[in-house]
Design a protein around this ligand. Structure first.
Ligand code: DC
Length: 220
């Protein structure tokens, strides 16, 4: 499942994974975790990224997923739960340039292929249908209008206790779309055989039903 940022991909992917007993893999969380690591180590200074240092330390960055008592998934960086930190504005503001670095993508794609090698996974990202699993049985490309996506992200951040400014969130959504779609390696692009889901005007229930229908069709 690929698509633009903040269009509800992860929520719908998680819901479907739970219903059909598949493993959900959030590849955006992996790029966010590398970004958090780079920020903490001081490898990002304004627009300048110390790529050499990041390349050197990348093999020591272990990303894994855990589940809390309610079955909610969280992301770990070298064994530390960083779920909250990777969703904040600081990481969101730097994740696109980090995820555009070819050696970062190579390392993440390799891990993603290993995670999906046994099948029965729903993987959510930007290049899953085009690069990571070009032979996936079902490819969905999710999108929604910029304003609706910014509103959803704004509500999510507010619920988490942050104090976002709507215009900043909208700017971040647009900037990430631009960088994600124009980078040299694996730009965000709909795979030719992906089915588009524009959920701008859909309720959660409608999109879950839409997705289940397509899953059942593909599983036949
Ligand atoms: O899905 P998300 O918003 O958490 O993703 C964060 C960033 O990571 C996004 O701006 C683009 C990048 N990303 C990517 O380049 N490739 C992926 N497969 C997943 C995410």
């Amino acid at each position: 499942m690929d698509g633009h940022s903040s269009c509800g991909k992860s929520t719908m992917a998680k819901t479907l994974a739970k219903k059909i007993g598949y493993t959900y893999i959030d590849t955006g969380a992996m790029y966010r975790t590398v970004t958090l690591y780079a920020l903490r180590r001081g490898f990002i200074n304004g627009d300048v990224i110390d790529e050499e240092s990041l390349r050197r330390e990348l093999p020591g960055i272990e990303i894994s997923f855990g589940h809390d008592d309610q079955g909610k998934q969280y992301t770990m960086l070298n064994g530390e739960n960083v779920e909250r930190e990777i969703r904040g504005m600081e990481v969101s503001g730097k994740v696109s340039p980090i995820s555009a670095i070819p050696f970062v993508r190579e390392a993440m794609v390799e891990q993603q292929r290993a995670m999906g090698s046994k099948g029965a996974v729903i993987m959510d990202g930007r290049d899953i249908g085009t690069t990571v699993f070009p032979n996936a049985e079902l490819k969905i490309f999710v999108t929604a209008s910029d304003e609706i996506r910014a509103r959803r992200r704004f509500d999510e951040l507010t619920l988490k206790g942050e104090n976002p400014v709507y215009e900043d969130v909208l700017k971040n959504v647009r900037e990430r779309d631009y960088i994600d779609s124009h980078r040299a390696v694996s730009p965000l692009r709909k795979a030719d055989d992906a089915i588009v889901l524009d959920n701008s005007d859909m309720t959660f229930q409608q999109q879950d039903e839409w997705l289940m229908e397509h899953y059942l069709e593909a599983a036949k």
